[in-house]
Design a protein around this ligand. Structure first.
Ligand code: TPP
Ligand code: MG
Length: 599
């Protein structure tokens, strides 16, 4: 190599350092040892975390971003190593979270020869086809000198517009080939690009007209508010125009849930006041939200929304999401924070313009009545002392045990449904979950990323017994890198969310959804607390609701990794005012209220 030249791996690592990436999460293989070697050289500037399953690396990178706003990188080998990554990529892609996945591939000189771990039957070194549907873009430089361009373009694609994970697939020899004398500078290629685009000014005027004239307005927030850093502006607008705010599961925490204007979750399992207000709204201002089936009661009118006649103003950075599922009276492509500032400025400029105070007081009063009905409906669950623990009680005990700055990362399953219905997040990152792809293991591993991003804040993973067993390798990673997270394993001896579907939609024909001992038929699981202890982690079992909060507090106070095996009932599902339809199998019934039919 010419003197002073950096090779491909060095350029990538140097670029990551220039982008202030503090961690690379990954797993070795022959396909990436040269990349790991470049990380070795720069160990003072970027820390390498070696995990025991590639998906764990992706989930850690994902949640690291959700907490810190800083993208990181993963490294995986060619063939199966990188083939373990698409689950994590898909998760981040559908939830619009960026991370750079550096995947190894076989040497270019061996392309199309069927070398060890080459995917070659359709096209040479074909990992890019594998991940096409799972990420925002794939780059595959095939010569050293292509690496600087690829890495800076990959980064820019990842963070601009609607963010998402990007794959940089690097053949074996390209890691070691001369690439450049100097690495591209972020300040020239990505750091100074703003995607804070505002809405069309005419649209802003129309939006303000509609919001001022509305008699029953509701704001619906999604993830765009949280990760777009728009929470403060949202609060300012809601207060200025006295508009109640509901959220999708991904928007949870975009407004403090104790705020008087906070309505709650719109979903099958969302509270009555949130669904019943949203479906009666005359104007719905939707911000950075994509109206998926779980937010929208499977788009069945009258449960979560009734659009039309509700007039929808839909604002999103990605125009693809506008008009996907509901017709809009006004669709605006914009960054949510910039849009909110435009609206606030326009309202201020219209001196004397005000909302219809009488109509607004009546609307908020009516909603307060719905809230009372909901509170009476859920009251029994808070005082249930049964064992195994009532899941509503479990969600509340865990939530109450977390301090205000605590971070709860949930996994996927019925526990997630309980948490999003009953936790009371105060900050955008108080309750983190996966809503797009929903892979089991997200919360098991994601909590590690959260803790690295916020070492001073308590980080608790609440995960199903199914998911924990699937990804128990995290125990080792927590020990090896001294990452003091608390796992609350929501132990219900089943893939309970799916068993619930068999019970609800298939006349209780249960198969392949619970864990049973072959001899006795009794519920079976490994002893998770003992499993934790075998890894050098404190593990306790909790059977009583009254002990759960103390166990979480003890886990947080321990300052070491900690596992709580919590035995929680699976005999009920969180009921709410919405529904969910499995086409062909039927639709669930709302647990409170009925379908709203406008006159
Ligand atoms: C990787 C993966 N496999 C399968 C599923 C389908 N799935 C969704 S929830 C669930 C059950 C999860 O069981 P557990 O972790 O015990 O959580 P619970 O529902 O019991 O709270 C399954 C199998 C999934 N989302 N991800
Ligand atoms: Mg379970």
């Amino acid at each position: 190599m010419a003197k002073n030249m950096l090779d491909g791996a060095q350029v990538i690592v140097d670029y990551l350092i220039r982008q202030k990436v503090p961690y690379a999460f990954g797993l070795c293989g022959h396909g990436n040892i040269q990349f790991i070697d470049a990380l070795y050289e720069r160990a003072d500037d970027i820390k390498t975390i070696s995990v025991h399953h590639e998906t764990v690396a992706g989930f850690m990178a994902d949640v690291y971003y959700r907490v810190s706003g800083q993208p990181t990188a993963t490294f995986t080998s060619c063939g199966p190593g990188s083939a373990n990554l698409p689950i994590a990529l898909g998760n981040s892609f559908l939830d619009s979270v960026p991370f750079l996945a550096v995947t190894g591939n076989i040497p270019t000189s061996q392309f199309n020869r069927g070398a060890f771990q080459e995917l070659y039957r359709h096209y040479q070194a074909d990992f890019p086809s594998t991940v096409r549907a799972y990420c925002k873009r794939v780059f595959q430089p095939t010569r050293g000198e292509m690496v600087p361009l690829a890495v800076r373009q990959a980064w820019k694609t990842m963070v601009t517009g609607r963010p998402g994970p990007v794959v940089l697939d690097v053949p074996f020899d390209v890691f070691r080939e001369a690439a450049a004398v100097e690495t591209p500078k972020p300040e020239e290629w990505s750091a100074n690009i703003s995607c804070r685009c505002g809405a069309d000014p005419e649209g802003v005027t129309r939006a303000v007209d509609m919001l001022l004239a509305a008699e029953r307005p509701v704001i619906l927030i999604g993830q765009g508010v949280k990760y777009g850093g728009a929470a403060a502006d949202l609060k300012a607008l809601a207060e200025k125009l006295d508009i109640p705010v509901a959220w999708s599961a991904s928007g949870t925490g975009g407004i403090d849930s104790s705020h008087p204007l906070a309505l709650g979750l719109v979903a099958r399992n969302g509270p009555y006041q949130a669904n019943h207000a949203a479906r009666q709204a005359d104007v719905l201002l939707a911000l950075g939200v994509r109206f998926d089936d779980r937010t929208s009661s499977s788009w069945l009118p009258g449960y979560s929304f009734t659009i039309p006649p509700t007039k929808l103003i839909h604002v999103d950075i990605d125009p693809d999401e506008i008009g996907r599922n509901y017709p809009v009276v006004l669709g605006l492509m914009a960054d949510v924070r910039t849009f909110l500032r435009q609206i606030l400025a326009e309202v201020t400029a219209r001196r004397g313009a005000a909302v219809n105070a009488a109509a607004r007081a009546k609307w908020l009063d009516t909603i307060a009545g719905y809230r009372k009905e909901w509170e009476a409906f859920i009251a029994p669950g808070f005082v249930d002392d049964a064992s195994p623990i009532n899941p509503q009680r479990a969600a509340c005990e865990i939530d109450a045990a977390l301090p205000d700055d605590g971070i709860l990362v949930s996994d996927i399953g019925v526990h997630h449904n309980w948490l999003i219905a009953f936790c009371k997040p105060t900050r955008p990152d108080s309750l983190i979950g996966s809503m797009g792809f929903g892979p089991m293991g997200f919360g098991v591993a994601g909590a590690l990323g959260a803790k690295l991003a916020a070492p001073d804040r308590p980080c608790v993973s609440v995960c199903g017994d199914g998911a924990f067993f699937m990804h128990a390798s995290v125990l080792g990673t927590a020990v090896e890198y001294k990452i003091p997270v608390v796992w609350v394993v929501w132990n219900n001896y089943a893939y309970a969310s799916i068993r619930g579907l068999q019970r609800g939609y298939l006349d209780g024909r249960e198969l392949a959804t619970d864990f049973k001992h072959p001899d006795t038929g009794a519920p079976y699981n490994p002893d998770f607390a003992a499993m934790a202890r075998s890894a050098g982690i404190e593990g306790v079992r909790v059977d009583r609701a009254a002990d759960l909060g103390d166990a979480v507090r003890a886990g947080i106070a321990a300052g070491r990794p900690y596992l709580i095996d919590a035995h929680i009932s699976a005999d009920r599902n969180p009921g709410g005012a919405g529904v969910w339809e499995l086409p062909g199998l039927g639709q669930s019934k709302p647990a409170i209220g009925g379908r709203y039919q406008p006159n």
